[in-house]
Design a protein around this ligand. Structure first.
Ligand SMILES: *Cc1c(COP(=O)(O)O)cnc(C)c1O
Length: 497
């Protein structure tokens, strides 16, 4: 297997090259040359394996240039009970008839990003070694809150790497900001941007593709790579947990082997739901992929109309990790759906960059309708859902997962589809305690961040994550906040080049 670029189908890279490079030189994203198959027999066998073993089994289908020992080194170091609060790595809770919550937030930073970012540093450093790269790898991250901390935690003090994280100064939760700006490690830097997530992401993309900067790095034996979900090394690990969840549901006799399931994903950059799409096309029996958005509902509109239009107001919501108007990974989906027609992709994404808009063909509109359902929910409905689910099932949702639950409830009511359903739960409620408490208590809490956590522990009965409790006494280390135009200078200064 090799990897192509969505903007040039002639590109041919090994997985190690694709992971180290992050993004193709033509600005396209790397995709595997074909989607490997997994049979139901194989899925059933996964049911008896540990998460690390399941991951190694599935990675072997995508990272065909890695040896088994290299893959095992990566999965064993990432997926163990020293890093994750549960031996199973992710957990499944049965919410109501045939509806399951796939909790992906038992990692060190309490968001699903850990599922990929705990392993990415191992994949990246192993890849670099395989292809004899002796340059220092510089990771630039644009974050809407969760990726930044998860990447910092994954890369802190990993030798041969340096990491810089940019977050929207007013676009992340207080706990997210605290998590990032207190980060330890000799190779890390964290900086606020006066702008929104798209500004951070556009800045990082511009730096990545700037030839002058690239030459400067080259001269100093450095190179850029990406920890955002544009990197295939971020996406591949996310395919695993959907297949793993299915294997667990079969083993636990919640579903029978071969039963179709729906998968609901609270979506921002379209990475997590794209991983579910890959799982489906490998052979996982999936009925609908349900894409849930908050008030920034550019994806809902796109899936329903086939018109992607980012020319709209950016809304800051209580589910900040989904406050995104440019969903990068859609490029991979459309590349697959249009038969790997790189010219079409260049046309559409050129139009997106220039006019903020593109419209797909009728053929693709039909495919979108066939495979996806989509919906959105505003802040009020998000809070109502947290309260309703708490009262009815004693289950405490975070603000992002609540969006998914609400969109799923609407979908089920509208379609009458009672197919068993897995809802991806992307963050611990403790990460967004102010909004979650406001929803449950019905009033804004006047108490401090850590008193809120204690109150949430009383209400939810869930253990307070150790990593969050420890932040209480940690000094803020990074105080820089800059204009979006200053991002390049900041990077060059940090690298002393
Ligand atoms: C990143 C994130 C999302 C969005 O995931 P994408 O892969 O960007 O679509 C949703 N919820 C939480 C809590 C997140 O951190």
């Amino acid at each position: 297997m090799y990897y192509k670029s969505t903007r040039d189908s002639g590109v041919k890279k090994t997985s190690a090259e694709a992971i180290v490079q992050g993004i193709s030189v033509d600005g396209g994203l790397f995709v595997p040359s074909d989607i490997p198959a997994i049979s139901m027999d194989e899925i059933i066998k996964l049911g008896d394996m540990s998460y690390s073993d399941r991951a190694a089994y599935i990675f072997a289908k995508y990272l065909t240039d890695f040896t088994d020992a290299e893959i095992r080194y990566c999965t064993d170091n990432a997926y163990n009970d020293k890093k994750f609060a549960t031996e199973n790595i992710s957990e499944i809770s049965h919410l109501f008839d045939g509806t399951y919550i796939l909790e992906l937030w038992h990692g060190p930073t309490c968001a699903f990003k850990d599922m990929a970012l705990q392993i990415l540093p191992y994949l990246l450093t192993t890849s670099a070694k395989k292809i004899n790269i002796d340059k220092k790898i510089i990771i630039l991250v644009a974050t809407s809150g969760d990726t930044g901390k998860a990447a910092l935690e994954g890369f802190a003090d990993v030798s041969g790497t340096q990491i810089m994280v940019f977050y929207p100064e007013d676009g992340v939760s207080p706990m997210q900001k605290r998590q990032m700006t207190t980060q330890d490690g000799g190779n890390v830097a964290v900086c606020g941007i006066k702008g929104n997530f798209d500004d951070c992401q556009n800045g990082v993309k511009a730096i990545f593709t700037d030839d002058t900067i690239k030459a400067k790095l080259e001269a100093n034996k450095m190179m850029f790579s990406s920890a955002n979900s544009i990197n295939w090394g971020r996406l591949a690990p996310q395919i695993i947990y959907y297949i793993s969840a299915y294997a667990t549901l079969v083993k636990d006799e919640e579903i029978s082997a071969g039963d179709k399931i729906n998968i609901v994903v609270p979506t921002g950059n379209f990475g997590n739901i794209l991983a579910a799409y890959y799982a489906k096309h490998m052979g996982l029996p999936v009925n609908k992929l349900i894409c849930a958005s908050n008030s920034n509902k550019v994806l809902t509109d796109f899936i329903i109309t086939g018109v992607y239009d980012r020319n709209r107001e950016f809304i800051t919501t209580i589910s900040p990790s989904m406050d995104i108007l440019i969903s990068s990974n859609l490029e991979r989906l459309l590349y697959l759906m249009c038969g790997e027609n790189d010219a079409l992709i260049r046309e559409w994404f050129g139009s997106l960059a220039k006019n903020g808009r593109y419209e797909v063909t009728d053929e693709i509109k039909a495919k979108l309708e066939d495979e996806f359902a989509a919906g959105f929910c505003d802040d009020k409905a998000t809070k109502d859902t947290i309260k309703r689910i708490y009262d009815k099932y004693s289950y405490t949702l975070d603000t992002h997962t609540a969006v998914a639950v609400k969109v799923y409830e609407d979908y089920r009511a509208e379609t009458g589809d009672t197919t068993k359903t897995v809802i991806a739960s992307t963050a611990s409620p403790y990460k967004f305690s102010a909004s979650v408490l406001e929803a449950i208590d019905g009033k804004i809490s006047e108490i401090g961040e850590f008193e809120m956590i204690d109150r949430l522990a009383e209400l939810s009965g869930y253990d307070i994550p150790k990593s969050l409790a420890a932040l209480k006494t940690k000094e803020r280390r990074f105080k820089d906040v800059i204009a979006k135009e200053e991002q390049q200078d900041y990077v060059l200064k940090q690298l002393s080049v």
